[in-house]
Ligand binder design. Structure first.
Ligand code: URA
Length: 343
């Protein structure tokens, strides 16, 4: 693939995600595509915020039917954007991706029961996460001061991810193991450095023992590919390792019982960046009841590790207006990862 093809793919991706300008120089995106000889471009339009996510704390695992890619997925549920592109002037790409949540019009997702603090976090020296100025990325919520001191927990003796997975498979700390077919510890590259944390297994995950392999998983795979990450290059796991019956929301006591596994996984993985997908992952890791709309757009710190919050893929399937902020979040995570790897 030559540079021209790569540029075309990049621009097409941006258009699919609702962009209307080629933001490096404010060239209209369609114009940029025309300049490189691309024809027949449909106009995706800039998404219009569609109001808050359904009033129920709907589980991201209630997945609507989707097709083979992000845009098809949205079409399949009749959720593709219909509003004409609103031509707005945007700041340069780098400034935008690092912009605070308030810079992008977005609804506030429904808030489930806030995650309770887990027994292993935070350390006694850091009882209360702090919230930084939303205007300054990098000063978001800080949980735990350092990697080592804070991330040791009751499962510290488990020396590998496989050991953790074996423990999870035998876990009876909450009731979920009774109704689950399989435990879903997580999977991916143990050296990944880029870690995605979701909520809990859904039906397909329960049947297969693998995370994010249903329709939301397909979308997550596409999202990762959009920032040149293959699914197998990252590590994907959830807050809960067994499926809540009927995809109901995780209960506070289940989160409390299961969190030590996630903490031990993160300690073993030594992430460069954590991408928290959805309300439960974000609120659990950051020990906050703030909604996604308030948490995203900042770089938080989880025991020293940069943590980016974004919408759950299943929520994106239901609400295409969140595609654009999600795209910015994932780009931000990718940039943090790149600079951590290079630095
Ligand atoms: N939703 C999640 O949060 N996790 C999965 O593994 C699948 C769907």
């Amino acid at each position: 693939m030559d540079a021209r093809d790569r540029l075309r793919l990049y621009l097409e991706q941006r258009r699919e995600l609702g962009e209307s300008e080629f933001v490096l120089d404010s060239l209209p995106l369609e114009e940029a595509l025309r300049l490189i000889g691309h024809k027949g471009a449909p106009s995706a339009g800039t998404p219009t915020p569609a109001g808050a996510e359904a009033t129920r704390p709907r589980s991201p695992r209630d997945e609507p039917a989707t097709g083979g890619n992000w845009k098809d997925a949205l079409k399949a549920i009749g959720a593709e954007e219909t509003a004409p592109a609103a031509k707005t002037k945007k700041p340069a790409a780098s400034a935008r991706a690092a912009a605070p949540a308030t810079s992008v019009a977005e609804p506030t997702p429904a808030e489930p029961t806030p995650a309770e603090p887990t027994p292993t976090e935070p350390t006694p020296t850091e009882p209360t996460p702090t919230v930084g100025s939303p205007a300054e990325p990098g000063t978001g919520i800080v949980v735990g001061a350092s990697r080592r001191a804070s991330m040791d927990g009751p499962l510290a003796a488990l020396a590998s991810l496989d050991d953790v997975a074996r423990h999870i498979a035998a876990c009876t700390a909450c009731e979920l193991y009774k109704s689950a077919k399989n435990s879903v510890p997580g999977e991916g590259n143990p050296q990944a450095g880029f870690i995605c944390v979701g909520e809990a297994p859904g039906q397909t995950e329960d049947e297969t023992g693998r995370p994010f392999v249903g329709r939301a998983g397909d979308l997550l795979t596409k999202i990762l590919e959009a920032v040149q990450l293959k699914r197998e290059d990252v590590f994907i796991c959830n807050v809960l390792k067994h499926r809540p019956p009927g995809n109901r929301n995780p209960a506070p006591d289940e989160i409390k019982a299961c969190s030590p596994y996630l903490l031990r996984q993160l300690e073993l993985l030594q992430p460069r960046v954590i991408l928290a997908l959805g309300t439960f992952a974000s609120q659990t890791l950051l020990q906050t009841a703030l909604p996604i709309g308030k948490l995203r757009g900042q770089v938080h710190r989880f025991h020293g590790v940069p943590l980016i919050v974004t919408y759950h893929p299943a929520a994106l399937l239901r609400n295409p207006a969140w595609k654009r902020p999600a795209w910015e979040d994932v780009q931000l995570a990718r940039r943090i990862y790149d600079s951590a790897v290079q630095g």
